[in-house]
Design a protein around this ligand. Structure first.
Ligand SMILES: [Zn+2]
Length: 119
């Protein structure tokens, strides 16, 4: 069975090129909360929201500023995370997180139903 994740910029509906698609797919299992991440090579911006910060969001390079402004307007009073300034990391993985995923950390995320469409 093949599962393809469809990512679209939330502002212009654009889809990533194949390499950026790979970066975006790799970001999905992250247990991040309230963090930005760059997806190369097209430099899409990922917002690892979840919980109080809403669902994960993805935007193309042209709309990075729009996403940051949107998040600051909506979640700027929730905490400092949306105010973080670039440069953002391109890879948020670490061994602790891999372990958390392995023991089922993902399934504990209450908002897991949001995010990219699975087709
Ligand atoms: Zn866009």
């Amino acid at each position: 069975m093949s599962v393809k994740l469809i990512f679209r910029c939330q502002f212009c509906d654009r889809q990533p090129d194949p390499l950026t698609q790979v970066s975006l797919e790799k970001s999905v299992p992250e247990l991040m909360w309230g963090a930005y991440e760059d997806a190369m090579p097209e430099k899409w911006l990922i917002w690892h929201g979840r919980g109080l910060y809403g669902p994960p969001r993805y935007v193309c390079r042209e709309h990075r500023g729009d996403l940051v402004a949107f998040l600051r307007a909506h979640y700027g009073t929730v905490g400092w995370h949306p105010w973080k300034r670039p440069p953002y990391p391109t890879n948020l993985r670490n061994p602790d997180k891999e372990r958390a995923i392995a023991v089922g950390g993902r399934s504990a995320m209450p908002k897991w139903g949001y995010g990219p469409q699975v087709k």
